[in-house]
Design a protein around this ligand. Structure first.
Ligand code: FES
Ligand code: FES
Length: 181
């Protein structure tokens, strides 16, 4: 077993019952997740979301609708935001995947995470990992230039608690910090 995978396995967010792949159908898939190379034995139909949560134990990425409609499962792949529930893990061989867990530097939060806290931009917090990953990718793409643009481009991320205004405030603030780094 790969060392990086073992390392991630040893530090799950909480104990999980890991999914067990069918040994006859499983294939080895190499993914780079938050800078660590992982070699997973999974069936070819396993979504990236399930690979992250159920095989690796990175449960920060949330499963909301599992149908590409809520954005709770958003992660960055090669810097671009995608719905991981609509993506097969095997299609992302060799790609750089960043989840909410990968945005911190040690104990230091990402400026977007800081801004979400400062602006009370999440309430139940369930949609928040996806909101933050989307927001970081938007800024990195050079978008998020106006409040209207942020609202439009974040519309694939649904928050049922009505924290949208605070989310836009947080993104405007973090954008300034990120662009000055
Ligand atoms: S869980 Fe993927 S979009 Fe809802
Ligand atoms: S904070 Fe987003 S759904 Fe509750």
């Amino acid at each position: 077993m790969n060392n990086a995978f073992e390392q991630i396995q040893q530090t799950p967010a909480w104990p999980l019952v890991h999914a067990v792949p069918d040994p006859e159908l499983a294939q080895t898939v190499k993914l780079t997740i938050n800078g660590q190379e992982c070699h997973l034995k999974i069936e070819p139909w396993v979504s990236l979301l399930d690979a992250l949560r159920e095989y690796i134990g990175l449960t920060g990425t949330k499963k909301g609708c599992d149908h590409g409609q809520c954005g709770a499962c958003t992660v960055m792949v090669d810097g671009k935001r995608i719905n991981s529930c609509m993506t097969l893990a095997i299609m992302k061989q060799g790609c750089e995947i960043t989840t909410i867990e990968g945005l911190t530097k040690g104990d230091e939060l990402h400026p977007m995470q800081e801004a979400f806290i400062e602006h009370d931009a999440y309430q139940c917090g369930y949609c928040t990992p996806g909101q933050i990953c989307s927001a970081v990718a938007l800024v990195k793409e050079g978008k998020a230039n106006t409040r209207d643009e942020i609202s439009e481009l974040m519309s694939g991320n649904i928050c049922r608690c009505g924290a949208y205004t605070n989310i836009v405030d947080a993104i405007m603030q973090a954008k300034g910090v990120m662009n000055n780094e």
